[in-house]
Design a binder for this molecule. Sequence first.
Ligand code: PMP
Length: 441
Amino acid sequence: DHINSLSHKRTSEEIYNQACKIIPGGVSRNTIFHHPYPHYISHANGCYATDINNIQRLDFGNNMAALIHGHAHPDIVDAVIKQIRKGTAYTMATEAEVLYAQLLCDRTPSFEKIRFVNSGTEAVMAMIKTARAYTGRPKIAKAEGAYHGTYDFAEVSQTANPANWGDINQPNSVPVANGTPQSVLNDVIIFPYNDIEHTLAILDQNASEIACVIIDPVPHRVGLMEGKTNFIEAIYEWTRKNGALLAFDEVVTYRVNYGGAQQNYSVKPDLTALGKIIGGGFPVGAFAGRSDIMKVLDPRESKLLFPHSGTFSANPVSMTAGHTTMKMYNKDAILKLNTLTQKATDQIREAIKIADVPVSITGTGSMFRLHLKPSAPTSYREAYQNCETKTLINEMLDYLFLDEKIMMINTLTCMFSTVMTQKEIDMLSQALLNMFKRFKT
Ligand code: PMP
C-alpha cells in the first residue's frame, strides 16, 4: 500500500528522474523508451493498459509479443494463484513441467524432447550449445540483422552501423556490444536472409565447421517477411549434406500456427528455441528437438556432452501459466486470431490507399509490421531504417502513444491477442489513417 500510494502521487516524469539516478538511462529494457520519458504502468486488462495517470491505451505490444491472450486473463490468473499458494519454486521437480512438456511435444512433430529455461535468450543459447555438443563443431550461421537475443554469438550482426556491413553478398560479422571478442566474430557466419544463392555459397566456405544454421521463419528485425519455402528447403538440404543442424528460432513465431511457423514448411528443423507466449505472461524459454540430439543433455549418459541446469528452469509458476495459456490457444483460437489480423491488415491497406502514402505491410499470422516504403521490403538491407526514417518512426510511435492512445512495438509492429475484436481493429485502422494524414509530406 505504501508503495502504491507513493507512486500514484507522482508523475511518470518524477519517477523517471529518480530512475535515471540509479538505472542506466532510467530503463532496464531500451526498447520501451517513449519520449521525453517512459510512462509507468498502473495496471492492464485484456487488450488495454492503464498508466499511473489513469490514461488507458490499446496495447498492440503485448509485452513484446509475449502475451497471446492479453493481460490478466482470468483463467491464467486463477491457475497461477492456485500454484503460488503451494509455493513458487522448489529444488524438486514438478509434475507441471512434465504435463506442459507433453503438451508442447504433442503439438509440434519436431519436438521429440524438450527442456525449459527462463528466456528466449537462454533458449537460443542452449540450442546453440546443444548443436555444438552434438556435432563437435564451433561455428554457427545466422542471418544478417536477425535478432536472437543477447547471447554473444547470437547477437552478432543484429542492427549495426550500415558502414560496417560489408559486401551485400558476403556480409561481415559485425559486433553489437563494444568489446565483443574477435573469437566470437570468427565463429559466427552471416548470410543474407531469403537469398539462396549467396547463402549457400557462404555456407560452403565453412562447410565442415558449422554446427547449426539458425533460422527465424519470420524474422522481425530483418523485416518480418516470411522465409521463402525454397530458401528454407535449400538450407535444410545443405545441412543434410554437410553434417550441420537446422535450428529454428520460434521465440516469436510459435504463435503463428498450432505447431509453430515450422508447420508451414515441408522440412522439419532439428532443434527449435521457444519463449514469449509459451510462458503465459511469465519469464520462460524452451528448446526442443530430435531425441538423438537432445541426448547430449541426458545426465544418465556415460558421457554427458552438455551439462545444463538453471535455478529457475521449469519454474512451476511459468509452467502453470504457460500450460493454461497454450491449452486455450487451440486450433480454433489460432484461426480466429489470424483471420482477425488479416482483416486488420486489409483495413490498414485501405487506409494507406485513402491517405495515399508510401507505406507497405509485411507479416503473417497474428503479427504485422509497417514499412515507410511504397512496396514491401524483401531483404534486411531494404527494410533497414536509416537514422532519418528511425526519427520519423519514433515520432509516429509517440503520436500513436500520446495522441491516439495506441501502443506498438518500436519498429511499427503490431502483435495481436485473442481478446481483441473488430472494435479494436477499427480503432487501430482509424488511428493509423489519422497518422498517415498527419505525417504526409
Ligand atoms: N529470439 C527472438 C526471435 C526474439 O524476438 C527474442 C526477443 N525479442 C529473443 C530471441 C530473446 O528472447 P528474450 O527477450 O526472452 O531473451
